[in-house]
Design a protein around this ligand. Structure first.
Ligand code: BJW
Length: 292
């Protein structure tokens, strides 16, 4: 007999114990059907987890939100590793490494120019908007994002740490000067520095490159200080971003994951909301408003 454990019930509580399952699914070799068996009832089972999310937000003192490309998926921005993800169609080694840029700056720039066209034509979604609203109403609220699309700021968030840079900024490869650049499309590819004439590059962090030291230390400091961290729309595969929730947990923070899929982080979180952030965050917001 095969025993498949279905362990994705929303509202899974670390405190309730990792080895307590809501359901087990048994499959026998001879019978062609599944049996669904309730083994136990967790404290949150059967309750609307949106309410739980609301209560957590209401009671927290220092909230940090770590976001990845999934939060912008409902805006129409492709993620990296999903079904239609960018890394399914393009090779990271050819487009998102310093070596790739050295080899063919025009190719890399064409790819970024194409993505700027997509991002420039889209808008933040209800998930971004809810987070922007929370920042206005909370004394201590920060977003740490891996995204380069600038959508959190566009939605009105101000306390935003951009771990991997911003697609609307360019950097001189000689002098390191950073310039805003909102051109769509960028005129002559690859673009050159208006000051010294050297090649400009996208102001983003590629594989094999270090994150800016100040940015990274701020991110770890905030993670170590928060008592509630939401981890939203990230596969939690890319370092050092993926270590931030672990640092938060180590410091005693409650972790809440919002993602339609499980990630390597899922077993370590206190609450999992399985679904799209553009739907779940507004539901938590409604629960917050209802509970005052
Ligand atoms: C939804 C949803 C919906 C879908 N709602 N959710 C230790 C071990 C092995 C390797 C390393 C290591 N430490 C460092 C490395 C190397 C590397 C790394 O981590 N590699 C891993 C892949 C193994 N890291 C680095 O190189 C970093 N630098 C560094 O560590 O420097 C020190 C160092 C130098 C040299 C050697 C070793 C160390 C830099 C990483 C830079 C990442 N850059 C990119 C591109 C940025 C610019 C650009 O956009 O073009 O950043 S790669 C890409 O991945 C991008 C993202 O920010 C990042 C993370 O992806 P994200 O956001 O998680 O997206 P997905 O697609 O993976 O996941 C989307 C999720 O959303 C999914 O879970 C969906 O289910 C979910 N979702 N719809 C909510 N509606």
């Amino acid at each position: 007999m095969n025993l498949l454990i279905y362990n994705e019930y929303p509202g899974k509580s670390r405190k309730a114990g990792k080895d307590v399952f809501d359901f087990c699914i048994f499959r026998t070799n001879t019978l062609s059907y599944f049996l669904l068996v309730r083994l136990s009832r967790r404290p949150n089972a059967g309750r609307r987890t949106d309410n739980k999310g609301g209560v957590l937000v209401q009671n927290a003192r220092h909230i940090v939100v770590l976001t990845g490309s999934g939060i912008s998926a409902e805006s129409g921005i492709p993620t990296f590793r999903g079904k239609d993800g960018l890394w399914r169609q393009y090779r990271a080694e050819q487009l998102a490494t310093p070596a790739a840029f050295d080899r063919d700056p025009r190719l890399v720039w064409e790819w970024y120019d194409w993505r700027r066209g997509i991002i420039g034509a889209k808008q933040p979604n209800p998930g971004h908007n809810v987070l922007a609203g929370w920042e206005k109403r909370r004394a201590s609220f920060s977003i740490i994002t891996q995204n380069i699309d600038g959508f959190h700021q566009k939605a009105g968030s101000e306390n935003v740490i951009e771990l991997h840079g911003n697609i609307w900024k360019v950097r001189c490869t000689e002098e390191g000067t950073v310039f805003d650049n909102n051109e769509i499309p960028i005129g002559n590819l690859p673009p050159h520095c208006p000051d010294c004439g050297a090649l400009l590059r996208p102001h983003v962090v590629w594989f094999g490159e270090s994150l800016e030291m100040g940015v990274l230390s701020d991110a770890f400091r905030l993670s170590g200080e928060c008592d509630l961290m939401f981890v939203i729309g990230t596969s939690a595969l890319v370092q050092p971003a993926a270590s931030l929730p672990l640092a938060a947990r180590e410091a005693g923070s409650v972790l809440v994951e919002i993602n339609p899929d499980t990630t390597p982080l899922s077993p370590a979180v206190d609450f999992s909301f399985r679904g799209a952030s553009g739907e779940i965050l507004p539901r938590i917001e409604t629960a917050l408003k209802v509970s005052g």
